[in-house]
Design a protein around this ligand. Structure first.
Ligand code: GLC
Length: 803
């Protein structure tokens, strides 16, 4: 490849040769973009310019790009700006991106090869590995580097050694080795052996594959069925920095309503309003918290989207209201497939408005999903998104503000105009306006969920929407969160849920979760109880099961399981202040609610690949039991600080040094938790449903380290517009000699309310005196303080250890 020409054009540098073009720009500080278009002369009518490239992933409100400078240095071009440097070799096309300048910068990414279809010796090998490749990019995979993210994937949290396909697929049920799944995010955070991170994002919704140092242990290769590879290199140095830059580029998830974080029940098979009432009563009778009921496809009339079966749900509006009075939100499912039935208004409107996906020959494409025959709205076109958005008024008018968008890969069981397809979906050559399905398939769900968010925002502006989607492409987090689809009721799937959710969190989707109890197959009492415990820190918590499986509401297996589940649900409700604070933080930092240890301990090799545990914020580590009949497990406590044992927030145990493995005892009702020195976590009393995020009783669990501790709390109305009154509180404990001073600082416009606060503090050798608290007691290393309303300062004088 020779790239003889270049032109600096404002904020881009365009470089081209006989056939190939690369355009370099800096969309954000620390983010470099390379549009690699090999063999563009043959396919690009604007050659040697590239046509504009719309993106489903990049946020539409991205500010103007950074300035770039370019100079020649022998065979290389040096392109600089936004704190990054790109060295592009004009004889080979190879490029390197450095963090900083040429002299001192650290190499982030190094590309050996990018190419089109022209075969050579290396390509012949690649052709065996990649299907349907048209363009390819090979990056150096440094020895020992871990590859995190890549969207929704099975396998361990480090994807090194895997070959991944980006093709959203409905797989019922999926297994622990199924690839691809429902969500495609071609973004990875690479953590080198020193714990330094950078990101690679390839913004192509086209069918793609990535070989993550599997075929060649030293290479990360992307292969796309499309004509270009639109690559973003994101600077670190920490994984959290990469994630923030990715969200600066593709958008932050909006704040969900508090109720969406409470306990939720779902089942494919609740068929009548009466059944739903009985479920709510079942929860309430047993003193089990419940915030939401998800309503599956049986509410519809003959699976016709935007209709309600009047026999089984005679008055849905009254039911929604009745449920809301009991603190329960109904969340209906909506599928994209529209029944092709003359006279059905949704179908007629879709036809009249030319809103539907067509075959390569130009006819409306007809397939089969739950409705049969079914046609598919083309959510890749803005006018179709607007039309679908307008349809949400039916639900908004009923008082609904949460929606579950399913089957939006899109799933299609069979086609009436038979064609070969990859998975149960539409054929590669189906038409979306002028674009083939293979180009936009992965982004289909983004448009559907964008419509839902916009619809609820328009018709229920006073309520915060909650949109759940099964499929998605990069950027889906702006519109919806996802769940991990049709898992199974097995121990392996319980364990798999942790790396899957954490991997989604590392892919910019901070509120993902898995079906608690397992979707396919019959669960057991023990599995269900342990699953609820593991899910105490899921970003949202929904029990869901498939049609035909054993009932799996919390009480179906009797004692001792019911009691264990109740304890787990109460713990979830107790932790809501912390979970909601983390949720709010995600909207600003993109740090997920359920965090992999890698996010905060990237240079600790044991923590980096640990995916049977997770962190809730920096300070709380959760180590659930993930295996049948086990009541003990090994726990890794990351290096750098001490960790205190906490069981169900109620009991405190030993303090352990970091960088060690310890054995946690966890009989059926116990979830092992560990609090890190230097951190405080807010919690409240368990309620039967959430109300608002202003906690009348608030407790802090704190562990004073050598430097004291810090804790955060976010409070607001828990629903409604996010510019309404809110308050951010920070409590900071600082040590000076023998004195620990704890200060509380609040910012925001939330009016003061009656809040009774207490603080449980570990990490003091002994206590001589306490000033500023209403009362205190000290026992077994734990200082319990009751605090006056709106307290601002407490002083504790630490005594000498009694030992
Ligand atoms: C799909 C969904 C599942 C749902 C079912 C019926 O399999 O993934 O959650 O219950 O369809 O609507």
């Amino acid at each position: 490849m020779r790239l003889d020409h270049f032109a600096a054009e404002g904020t881009t540098v365009r470089v081209w040769g006989e056939t190939d073009v690369v355009v370099v720009s800096l969309p954000l500080p620390g983010v470099l973009r390379l549009r690699l278009a090999p063999e563009a002369r043959a396919g690009t009518y604007t050659f040697p310019r590239l046509p504009p490239k719309p993106s489903f992933a990049i946020r539409p409100d991205l500010a103007a790009p950074q300035a770039v400078q370019v100079r020649e240095a022998g065979a290389e071009l040096v392109i600089q700006g936004g704190d990054l440097t790109c060295l592009l070799n004009r004889e080979t096309g190879a490029w390197i991106v450095l963090d900083g300048d040429l002299e001192r910068g650290r190499v982030l990414a190094q590309a050996h090869l990018w190419a089109g279809e022209v075969p050579n010796a290396r390509d012949a090998l690649d052709a065996e590995v990649f299907d349907l490749q048209r363009t390819r990019l090979t990056l150096e995979a440094p020895h020992g580097a871990a590859y995190l993210g890549f969207g929704e994937r099975v396998g361990p949290i480090d994807k090194r050694g895997m070959h991944l396909t980006f093709w959203n697929t409905d797989c019922f049920p999926h297994h622990t080795d199924t690839d691809p799944l429902y969500v495609s995010v071609p973004f990875t955070t690479v953590v080198d052996s020193a714990g330094q991170a950078h990101g690679i994002f390839v913004d192509e919704p086209w069918r793609m594959e990535a070989d993550v140092a599997r075929r060649r242990p030293d290479a990360l290769t992307f292969a796309s069925a499309g004509p270009e590879l639109d690559v973003y290199v994101l600077a670190g140095p920490r994984p959290a920095d990469v994630l923030r830059r990715y969200a600066d580029l593709t958008g932050y998830a909006p704040l969900p309503p508090l109720w969406a974080l409470g306990a939720a029940q779902s089942r494919w098979g609740y068929k009548t309003a009466g059944e739903l009432r009985a479920i709510v009563a079942g929860y309430r009778e047993r003193h089990l918290p419940l915030d939401a009921l998800y309503v599956d496809i049986d509410y519809m009339d003959a699976y016709k989207v935007w209709t309600v079966d009047r026999h089984r749900f005679p008055d849905l509006k009254a039911l929604v209201g009745e449920m809301l009075e009991q603190g329960v939100h109904l969340v209906p499912i909506v599928d994209p497939g529209v029944k092709a039935e003359p006279g059905y208004d949704v179908y007629e409107e879709a036809l009249a408005g030319d809103h539907l996906v067509r075959t390569a020959r130009g006819d409306v494409l007809v397939g089969e999903v739950w409705p049969d025959p079914a046609v598919f709205p083309d959510f890749t076109r803005p006018e179709v998104v607007a039309w679908w958005g307008s349809r949400h008024q039916v639900f908004a008018d009923l008082g609904i503000s949460g929606q579950w968008n399913d089957m939006n890969e899109p799933a299609c069981f069979s086609l009436k105009q038979p064609r070969v397809t990859e998975g149960k979906t539409l054929p590669y050559d189906a038409r979306h306006g002028t674009r083939p399905h293979i180009e936009v398939h992965n982004a289909y769900a983004n448009g559907m969920s964008e419509a839902s968010r916009a619809g609820y925002a328009q018709f229920s502006p006073a309520l915060r929407p909650w949109i759940l989607s099964r499929a998605g492409y990069a950027g889906i987090q702006r519109h919806a969160t996802v769940w991990t689809g049709d898992n199974t009721a097995t121990w392996s799937h319980l364990a798999l849920s942790l790396p899957m959710i954490q991997g989604l969190g590392l892919s910019g989707i901070p509120y993902a979760a898995a079906d608690v109890g397992g979707f396919a197959g019959d669960t057991t009492g023990e599995l269900l109880a342990r699953w609820y415990q593991a899910a105490v820190g899921y970003p949202f918590l929904r029990n869901h099961a498939a049609s035909g499986t054993a009932d799996q509401e919390p009480w179906r297996y009797g004692e001792p399981f019911l009691n264990a589940i109740r304890t787990a649900l109460h713990l979830r409700m107790q932790l809501l202040p912390h979970l909601y604070t983390l949720t709010h933080e995600a909207t600003r930092s993109a740090l997920p609610v359920m965090r992999p240890l890698a996010l905060h301990h990237a240079s600790d090799v044991d923590a980096l690949r640990e995916d049977t545990q997770y962190l809730l914020g920096e300070g709380l580590l959760v180590a659930p039991i993930l295996r049948a009949a086990h009541s003990r497990r090994l726990v890794y406590l990351p290096a750098g600080s001490e960790w205190a044992e906490v069981f169900n927030l109620a009991e405190f145990g030993t303090i352990h040094a970091g960088g060690t493995y310890t054995v946690a005892d966890a009989p059926l009702s116990v979830l092992p938790l560990y609090l890190k020195a230097g951190h405080a976590v807010p919690y409240t009393d368990a309620a039967m449903q959430s109300t608002d995020a202003q906690w009348p009783r608030l407790s802090w669990l704190a562990f004073a380290g050598a430097d004291g501790f810090v804790g955060h709390l976010y409070e607001d109305a828990g629903n409604g517009p996010t510019d309404a009154p809110s308050r951010l509180t920070r409590i900071v404990g600082e040590r000076e000699g023998q004195t620990l001073t704890i200060r509380r600082e609040s910012r925001g416009d939330l009016p003061d309310f009656d809040q009774r606060e207490s603080l449980h503090l570990m990490g003091l050798k002994a206590v001589q005196s306490v000033q500023g608290a209403t009362s205190h007691s000290y026992e077994d290393g734990l200082l319990r303080l009751s605090l006056p309303a709106q307290w601002t300062e407490i002083r504790i004088r630490e005594g000498e250890s009694r030992e």
